[in-house]
Write a protein that binds this ligand. Structure first.
Ligand code: IMP
Length: 207
């Protein structure tokens, strides 16, 4: 059934994520974020998979607000760690401490990954960033997409751009870590960029 309303709630409070999604979807969509709905209860990301978390947030926030809602969940999957940190990527080295800066959390997460991989040789340090997106209207799932970026976890941090695990995630085809790419270069190859491109394609069928 076609949807005539181009207002979409993005299930995040992160303005960077909203502007990245806006630049991919285009100006015909009016995007809102969770800061506009301060009184609604936060939905816990306690699923076992990225898909489950994206679905849970899209349906939960759509039901709570009455808006068409787009949610994503992303993280790093390392083969030698049986898929860890996976859905626990943001809190791999423990929960956020009161007033702790995002960069400090990122730093201790990276430290934990490098310690766990200390004896793992280069050829076994394969990994991927994964991003799952879900667009829902109330409890109906309209679109689900998944994007990945393949790479290798190197032994030390290189580069200062980006966030999270970017400085240790090396992309062989570019001979750079993700933290050595600017935002536009990252969007072209990233897991989030790929999931978004796929989403935009499928949205043409329902809007
Ligand atoms: P979220 O889905 O945006 O909440 O991301 C979960 C966590 O996965 C982040 O806190 C990062 O630790 C990690 N992550 C997700 N995407 C990226 C990325 O593009 N670069 C580096 N780390 C990422």
């Amino acid at each position: 059934m076609p949807i005539n309303n181009n207002d979409i709630l993005i299930a995040t409070t992160n303005p960077g994520k909203v502007s990245e999604i806006q630049s991919c979807l285009g100006k015909e969509f009016t995007l809102h974020n969770l800061k506009e709905f301060a009184s609604i209860q936060e939905i816990e990301e306690d699923g076992k998979t990225f898909e489950e978390n994206a679905r849970k947030k899209a349906i939960g926030y759509s039901k709570a607000t009455g808006h068409l809602t787009l949610a994503d969940d992303s993280g790093l999957v390392i083969d030698a760690l049986n898929g860890a940190p996976g859905v626990k990527s943001a809190r791999f080295s423990g929960d956020k401490l009161p007033n702790e800066e995002r960069t400090l959390i990122d730093h201790r997460n990276i430290k934990k990954v490098l310690e766990l991989l200390i004896d793992v040789p280069a050829e076994k340090r394969t990994a991927r960033f994964v991003c799952c997106m879900c667009l829902a209207k109330s409890d109906e799932i309209l679109i689900e997409t998944r994007g990945t970026l393949e790479g290798i976890i190197i032994e030390e941090e290189i580069g200062t751009n980006g966030f999270g695990y970017d400085p240790i995630f090396f992309v062989p085809s570019l001979n750079k870590t993700v933290a050595q790419l600017n935002q536009d270069e990252k969007n072209i190859i990233s897991h989030r960029g790929n999931a978004l491109k796929n989403l935009k394609e499928q949205m043409k069928n329902i809007f």
